[in-house]
Structures are given as structure tokens and as C-alpha cells.
Design a protein around this ligand. Structure first.
Ligand code: 8X3
Length: 217
């Protein structure tokens, strides 16, 4: 198992836990992708997990740099990694997993930069499946709803704002999503799980979330 991310200090303990190798990787940087891929060797499963949202500005106030960074990470990062590892995946009878979002099937005011990027990632995953028809490579997309990671901290810029996103409800955890990915990639070779939408029980759509009143201390 080879794990790639920008923050090696975060990655190393996880790699140690699962007996993998931790390597620095910035999917927005072609040189970083090339250096990472050169270290990978045979690849049977590629999980494109890098992504994220920046801000909640309406289109009338769009920050084009934020849009560009979201597109670079969510969409072009997935393109770079998939293109680079596809020959090996094809030879090995491999599996490409794209971690999209329910934002790839929804729109909401203030979310256009992120939903546009996730819609593009959805189009990418579906197109790849068409292009690889007849080849021994499975393509699966996992689309989570609210997962309590650093996602909202990065998007909103403060811990207080991030905490409000998950207030009064029980969000998914990173482990819940890893569990789904583990299930998807361990089916028999002729079974391709196309798309999985995974939401917390307390969420119906990106904006429709059931919240319980905070209990009095
Ligand atoms: C984010 C999912 O529920 O915040 O990828 O729109 S949600």
C-alpha cells in the first residue's frame, strides 16, 4: 500500500498502522505526481481521495482563484493520477475509485464552485467507465454526504464555523467511507459497483439535515 498526501507528518502514522509506505504527493503538481507514480510499481487499486471545497460565495461574488484550486484538486488531480497509473491498472486488472460527493448530483446557493467541480468529477468517472468498457479495469465512485473531517474547517476557515456544520446531528466519519471503499474493491472481479451515495441517517440532501436541539448542561 502506498499512501500519498501533502502532509507527511499526518501520513506516516497511518502508513505505519496499515503497513504501507508514506510518500509526499500534491495532485495539483505534475512533477509531484510523476515522482509519486515512479515509486508506486504495480498498482491494483487507485483511490482518488484528494479534494475539497473552498468557501460559500455566490457566483456574483465568485473568487476565480478558489474555483481554480477546487478544480485543480478535485478534477485535474484525479485526471493526473488516473492517467499516470492506468497502464499498470489495465495490466493488473485493477480498480479506479473516485471519491466524489453528493455535491456531484446537487446544486445549492453559494456552493457552485464546489458542486461544479464535483459534477465534473462525476462526469470524469462515468466517462472513464465508458472508455474502459472491454478492459479489465473497474471504475467506482463513492459519493459521501457530511463527513466530519477537516473538510469544513478548510472550507469555512474557522473551527467554530466548522463545528456548526455538524451541530446537533451525527455525521459520517472517515472510517465509514474507508469501510465502503473496502467493500467496493473486494467484490469478485466481474462485479463493478458503479456509484455509492453514502449519507448520515440525519441527512437527506446537501442542505436538508435533521438537527436535534442541544441538550441543556
Ligand atoms: C460534501 C458533502 O453534504 O457537505 O462533499 O454537500 S455535503
Amino acid at each position: 500500500m502506498v499512501l500519498g498526501a501533502r502532509r507527511l507528518d499526518r501520513l506516516r502514522p497511518i502508513a505505519a498502522e496499515c503497513g504501507g509506505k508514506a510518500l509526499e504527493l500534491d495532485v495539483t503538481d505534475p512533477a509531484s505526481v510523476a515522482a509519486f507514480v515512479a515509486e508506486v510499481g504495480d498498482c491494483q487499486v487507485l483511490v482518488n481521495n484528494a479534494g475539497g471545497a473552498l468557501g460559500l460565495r455566490p457566483i456574483s461574488d465568485a473568487d476565480v482563484d478558489e474555483w481554480r484550486r477546487m478544480y485543480e484538486t478535485n478534477v485535474l488531480g484525479t485526471v493526473r493520477m488516473t492517467r499516470a497509473l492506468l497502464p499498470g491498472l489495465d495490466a493488473a486488472g485493477g480498480h479506479v475509485v473516485v471519491v466524489g460527493s453528493i455535491a456531484g448530483t446537487e446544486v445549492y446557493p453559494g456552493g457552485a464552485g464546489y458542486t461544479a467541480a464535483k459534477h465534473a468529477e462525476d462526469a470524469l468517472a462515468r466517462t472513464l467507465r465508458l472508455e474502459l468498457l472491454g478492459r479489465p479495469v473497474r471504475v467506482s465512485q463513492v459519493m459521501p454526504g457530511l463527513v466530519n473531517t477537516e473538510f469544513s474547517l478548510v472550507r469555512l476557515g474557522s473551527q467554530e464555523a466548522a463545528d456548526r456544520v455538524y451541530q446537533g446531528m451525527t455525521p459520517l466519519t472517515a472510517d465509514d467511507i474507508a469501510d465502503v471503499i473496502g467493500y467496493v474493491v473486494t467484490r469478485p472481479p466481474h462485479v463493478c459497483i458503479d456509484t455509492v451515495r453514502v449519507l448520515p441517517l440525519d441527512q437527506a440532501t446537501a442542505l436538508q439535515v435533521h438537527r436535534r436541539p442541544e441538550s441543556a448542561e
